[in-house]
Design a protein around this ligand. Structure first.
Ligand SMILES: Nc1ncnc2c1ncn2[C@@H]1O[C@H](COP(=O)(O)OP(=O)(O)O)[C@@H](O)[C@H]1O
Ligand SMILES: [Mg+2]
Length: 393
């Protein structure tokens, strides 16, 4: 979405009330407002509701049931829709809910409600635009092999793609022991290496051919599971171009890094909004964590606020506490992810992210909280919230 200007379309069959409504709306300063007055409003409804940057305010006419029925069956509605109609006609309620409208205002009393309802809807869709325009790169790295960095990267990417409906790319840069493919049970037809080799000829659209789609909103870019690259074989400039291309198409980019400080990981970490360091609850790993933080902060000049620590396979009974970790690493941005061998193994056997196979488990909730913070997004709240049914009665 290129810009955040909202189109406001007032549809109805009474020019006078439409003009009055336009005058009532005070939040129109940064909107384009248009009035469409017609005896048969259905055509205008069909056309105007396809615009995802629009708020369409529909004044139902004497044909209200038919109009809502039409709206309900209409495909590809993207606009936020507000209805103005007869509150006493309760059968309209279920039709309106099924049609996915944001709110329903009583025609007899619209002067009192219209401005507040409009401003709330406008605020909510402006936030959505902001989220979809935000490009974030999250780099995930472990303090020791097997700490769970790839498991966490996979679940963060899955949660962000599922709960925000934003486009997410998960990039596996572990060109020797990459395991993202296994986590999603996917094998790439064309690999990351293939894409990097021809990067100068690619545009954002042709790059998609090198990615494997896990869902409409989550795409994976992976190295070959059979051909192993040596450190230094990834062309840093090509990778930079690839990241630039990905940024034009994806709101969130998650990079699963190998435990290696080299020009490739440095360039990713430099560009990342956040670097997550995954370690487990042992003294040796806490010490490795401290060493890595020192390298990132002192040698690579990354601010400490850019670093998040995740203690994976966390066990509250372990004598080594989070406070000990904070003292050892001198850093207090720490998350914990529960040790849950059974669920993690079952997800791995199924070849799906744990947050898909056990979405209501404690570990899934912890991963979701982490994803929310790393993605810096407000997750979508249930639709009910924006549709105030109870104000009808
Ligand atoms: N919280 C957890 N509970 C139980 N098992 C886990 C957890 N996190 C990761 N694992 C398992 O640990 C193993 C190593 O994880 P992986 O993500 O490949 O580590 P890394 O990428 O850091 O080398 C995998 O088999 C994974 O399923
Ligand atoms: Mg890994």
């Amino acid at each position: 979405m290129a810009e955040t200007k909202i189109n406001v379309i007032l549809i109805g069959d009474n020019q006078q009330s439409l003009a009055k409504q336009q005058a009532i709306l005070s939040g129109l300063a940064d909107c384009n407002c248009k009035i469409i007055c017609s005896k048969t409003i259905i055509d205008a409804m069909a056309k105007q509701t396809q615009d995802e940057q629009a708020i369409v305010i529909i004044n139902l006419t004497d044909n209200s049931s038919k109009e809502l029925q039409f709206l309900n069956e209409l495909n590809g509605k993207k606009a936020a829709i507000i209805i103005i109609g007869d509150h006493d006609n309760v059968s309209l309620l279920s039709l309106a809910i099924r049609a996915g409208v944001k709110d329903f205002i009583d025609a007899k009393n619209y002067e009192a409600q219209l401005n507040t309802v409009f401003c709330n809807v406008k605020k909510s869709i402006t936030q959505q635009y902001k989220s979809s325009n935000t490009k974030r790169i999250n780099a995930i790295i472990n303090a020791k092999g097997g700490s769970g960095a790839s498991f966490i990267a996979s679940n963060i990417a899955y949660v962000l793609s599922k709960d925000t409906h934003l486009k997410v790319a998960l990039l596996d840069l572990d060109v020797q022991f990459g395991s993202i493919g296994l986590n999603f049970d996917k094998t790439p037809k064309y690999t990351l290496t293939d894409g990097l080799a021809v990067i100068d000829d690619l545009d954002a659209i042709s790059l998609e051919a090198y990615m494997v789609k896990y869902s409409d909103t989550l795409s994976l870019l992976m190295p070959s599971p059979t051909e192993i690259l040596l450190p230094g074989e990834v062309d840093v400039k090509a990778l930079q171009k690839m990241l630039d291309l990905l940024k034009t198409q994806y709101s969130q980019i998650i990079v699963d890094l190998p435990r290696l400080i080299d020009p490739v990981s440095s360039i990713v970490m430099e560009q990342a909004n956040q670097i997550t360091l995954v370690l487990q609850q042992s003294l040796a790993q806490f010490r490795d964590g401290r060493r890595l933080i020192q390298i990132l902060n002192k040698d690579l000049d990354m601010p400490l606020e850019k670093i998040t620590i995740v203690v994976n396979r966390y066990d509250p009974k372990n004598s080594l506490r989070i406070e000990d970790l904070k003292n050892i690493v001198h850093h207090d941005q720490v998350y914990t992810i529960t040790n849950d061998y059974e669920r993690v193994a079952s997800a791995s056997n199924l070849g799906v992210p744990l947050c898909e196979s056990s979405p209501h488990s404690k570990i899934a909730h912890e991963l979701k909280e982490l994803a929310k913070n790393l993605g810096q997004l407000e997750f979508e709240t249930p639709k009910k919230k924006s549709f105030n049914i109870f104000s009808w009665f």
